[in-house]
Structures are given as C-alpha cells and as structure tokens.
Design a binder for this molecule. Structure first.
Ligand SMILES: Cc1cc2nc3c(=O)[nH]c(=O)nc-3n(C[C@H](O)[C@H](O)[C@H](O)COP(=O)(O)OP(=O)(O)OC[C@H]3O[C@@H](n4cnc5c(N)ncnc54)[C@H](O)[C@@H]3O)c2cc1C
Length: 442
C-alpha cells in the first residue's frame, strides 16, 4: 500500500513531442473503436498503447470470444467483424443475441493484425510500447500527459483525453473521483492459456518437486475450455482475490496464475486415480489423461475489473434490471449479469441464474464523462457503472459501442471548442445510429 509511504517530489523538463485533438489512452477494444470513430469525424488522433499490439484483453489477454450481440454495434465494430470474416478467423453469426448463442469465438492473433490495419487505415497515429505515466491538471482541465516509450519520457497534449485503459490510469493520475469497489473485491481475473491436443499421450510436464501437485478434483480451480483452431484448445483459469490496481498484488497475481496453470495442466496430464479426469466446462468427460501439449499462456492475465471512474451518471444494476432507456443512450447492453464470486476459486456466482437475466438496456452518454474534469471521457471496463452493471456491460461488443460514442464525442468537443458535457447526447445518439449502431430497446 502506498498511502503511508514516504513522499518524493519529482521534477523534470520533458519534450512536448506530440499534440493532437484527441488522445486515446489504452488500445483495448474500447480504445481502438474510440480512436477510429474520432478519426472518422475528422479529428487528429493519437492512440497510446503500452504493448506491441492493440486489442487488450481481446488479443494480449487471449479472450478470443465476442459475447452478446455482434451485429449493429456501430460502423467501426462492423468493419472489424467484416475483416475477421474475410480472414476466415471468426465463428459464424447465429442470429440476434440469445443466451444460448451468446458467443462468437475468433483467432486473437489475427485480430491483432486486423486492428492495427484498421487504425492505420483510419489515419490514427499509433504509439506502441508507450505507457501513459502521468498527467497535469489545471483546474478541471487535463494535459499535457507524460508518456514513457522507446524514446524515453515525453509529453503529449490534446484537447480531449479518452481513458480506455481499463485501469482508469488517466483518471487515477489526475486524482479524479473513482467509484467504490464491490464489497467482496473486484470481479476476479482469469488467465487464458492454450494447449494442442496430440494423438499420443505427452505425459506430465511438471517436474517433480516444483509445486505440490493437485491430487483431488476439489482442489482444482474453476477452469473452462473452448476451441482454438484445429487441434487447439483455449483454457480459462479463475484466479481470485487480487487487486489489479496495486503493483505488488498484480505481481503476486501473475505468479499465482502461472503456478495454478501448471498445476491444472499437470492434473489433467497425470492419471492419479487410474480413472477419468473430471470434465471441464464446455468439454465432454473423456477417459484417462488428456494428451495436451502446452502451447502458450497469454502474456498478461485477463482483467475483468480494475477501477471504475465516477461519471456524470453512474449506471446501476437497477437501470439494467429495468431495461432503462435514456435520451442520451449511446450504447446498448444485452448480456446477462456475469459476476463470479471474487473470493473463491470455484465456479460460484454472486447471483442465481434467474437473477442474472436483464433485458436490453441503454448506457447513457453521461456515464462516459468523467465527473470532475473538463476534458476527460472514458469507455470500456473503466466507465461509470456499479460493479454489477459492469458485469454485463464489460463484454467486448458493448465496450466497442461505448468506445465509438466516446470517440465521436471527443472529436466534436475538440472541433467545437466545448466541453464533452456541453454536447447534446441526443445528437450523438443520432450520429451513432446513422453509423450503424442499433440502440433500439423493446
Ligand atoms: C478472462 C476473461 C474472460 C472474458 N470473457 C469474455 C468473453 O467471453 N466475451 C466478451 O465479450 N468479453 C469477455 N470478457 C470481458 C472483456 O474481455 C473485457 O471487459 C474487455 O475486453 C475490456 O475492454 P477494454 O478496452 O475496456 O479494456 P482492456 O481490454 O483491458 O484494454 C485496455 C488497454 O489499455 C492498455 N493500457 C493500460 N494501461 C496503460 C498505460 N498506462 N499506458 C498505455 N496503455 C495502457 C492495455 O495494455 C490495454 O491494451 C472477459 C474478460 C476476462 C478478463
């Protein structure tokens, strides 16, 4: 914890190397869609991403599965889907959203290429391997920001910033109000890792003595599996009890995740009891050990929740349950309330299956505007919502919708020289609808 730590003062002169209308911080699906949407409106846009590729959870995190609705999510997301279909790298569309056909798996390595080409096609200036570090704040106005990239520390200024970092890094650095965490802690992270299924047994890959092997089914963490191309499987492993907004906790989380991954693999590769290993979710029970060769683990654990920024409006689970429509509804959520218990490793949920169902609902533009600033918007999993509302709205097509709305608003705000909150949310909504977004509620 840093609260009681000794303080230092840090003061350096930096080159102000970058200026633009709209700076998007964080190139996950929300950030990519925000940057492209802003560029389509004619803004000069810079997208800052700390990794070598954009996509965030969808690529680097290995979450290769669009959940919810993939049609009518707006022109930019439509382009992504069309490119995936053209590359033959996405499961077919099976009709409008229904829980039993909620998912479309895709190849996440191909998506990384598709996203970079999309951004460049729209004229977005990309800064990869570049980490947002800090930002100045004069009154309510933010900027310039400090970046750490391959050239070292440099500054970037923009008329409007969009925080799509997932972890609310801009808002945190600026000292903006954040929303309180859920009572049991953040929604749990999961590590995605990938195996190849071989014809012959490969045998255990965990050398004896490294860790205490898992010997009983009850000691296994929640693990799900889905297909990953011919002969491949993606596995998802729940690793609860950590705070991804804290450096030491995040470090411990990654260490724990890789240990658990190895233990799970080991369990399924050994036949401790001479009987069938337990079934994994989405995979039929099969006899004996599994012939899995470890492929790779995602370089970063997948994060469902880090920090949420307090906006002009906080979307609540009651809004979702009511299927609430807003005049400034600029994104539409359809997915169920998917909140796993944050405090155990098992397949346990905060709500019963019946309680998870919600009708389609709106996300208002006001929940994308940071409450105590003049020029900060946000989109994706750090937007202004309570934890339970986030458990539905965090799915990637919905993050993409929010991103497009925030991107257009940022471009308009820069162009008109007004604050994002001075824009008319209903005008924004009309523009999104004209650009392919289905914002109809039943
Ligand atoms: C294990 C798991 C399974 C999931 N399953 C599904 C599913 O099946 N279907 C579905 O639709 N959704 C699923 N989700 C939810 C979904 O993946 C996320 O909610 C969504 O991807 C969030 O997108 P985002 O753009 O808001 O954030 P992120 O994907 O987290 O992107 C944030 C980006 O910001 C960058 N960034 C962060 N800090 C900095 C910094 N300081 N400087 C520069 N860049 C920075 C990151 O590198 C990243 O690229 C799952 C999530 C997890 C974790």
């Amino acid at each position: 914890m840093t609260d009681n730590a000794e303080r230092i003062t840090w003061n350096r002169r930096l080159p102000l190397r970058y200026r633009c209308d709209v700076a998007v911080i964080g190139g996950g699906i929300a950030g990519v869609c925000a940057a492209c949407a802003a560029a389509v409106e004619g803004a000069e846009v810079i997208l800052v991403e700390r990794f070598a590729v954009t996509g965030g959870n969808a690529t680097v995190g290995g979450v290769a599965n669009w959940s919810g609705e993939t049609a009518g999510q707006g022109a930019i997301f439509d382009e992504i889907i069309a490119d995936q279909e053209e590359c033959n790298s996405i499961a077919p569309y099976r009709g409008p959203y229904a829980r039993e056909r909620a998912n479309r798996t895709f190849d996440h390595e191909i998506l990384a290429v598709i996203l970079q080409e999309l951004l460049l096609r729209h004229g977005v200036r990309l800064l990869l391997h570049t980490r947002f570090v800090d930002i100045q704040r004069e009154g309510g106005r933010l900027g310039p920001a400090v970046l750490a990239g391959a050239s070292g520390l440099e500054a970037l200024d923009a008329e409007v910033f969009v925080d799509t970092s997932g972890g609310a890094v801009v808002a945190r650095a600026a000292g903006c109000a954040l929303l309180p965490p859920g009572g049991l802690g953040p929604l749990p992270p999961s590590l995605m890792f990938f195996v190849r299924e071989l014809a012959e047994p490969v045998g255990p890959q965990l050398p004896d003595g490294w860790f205490e092997p898992v010997r009983s089914e009850g000691d296994l963490p929640m693990t799900s599996t889905w297909p990953d191309g011919p002969g491949g499987k993606a596995l998802k492993l729940k690793v609860p009890g950590y705070d991804s907004g804290d450096t030491e906790s995040m470090t411990a989380l990654e260490v724990r995740a890789r240990r658990r991954m190895w233990e799970v693999l080991d369990y399924y590769q050994r036949d401790f009891r001479g009987e069938a290993a337990p079934a994994l979710r989405n995979q039929p029970k099969n006899a004996g050990v599994r012939n899995w060769r470890f492929g790779h683990a995602s370089p970063i654990i997948g994060l469902r929740e880090t920090r949420r920024i307090a906006g002009d409006y906080v979307l609540t689970v009651d809004d979702l349950r009511a299927g609430r429509a807003f005049d400034d509804g600029v994104a539409r959520g359809v997915f169920y309330l998917d909140a796993m218990r944050p405090d155990d490793e098992q397949r346990t949920y905060l709500l019963s299956k019946d309680e998870q169902v919600v009708p389609p609902y709106h996300i208002p533009y006001r929940s994308l505007i940071a409450r105590d600033t003049a020029n900060l918007l946000m989109a994706g999993r750090c937007f202004s919502a309570d934890q339970m509302a986030l458990s539905s709205a965090r799915v990637m097509p919905t993050c993409a919708m929010m991103g497009q709305a925030a991107g257009i608003a940022a471009a308009w705000s820069a162009d008109r020289g007004c604050r994002p909150r001075d824009l008319d949310g209903r005008e924004l909504r009309r523009r999104l609808e004209a650009r392919g977004a289905n914002l109809n509620l039943p």
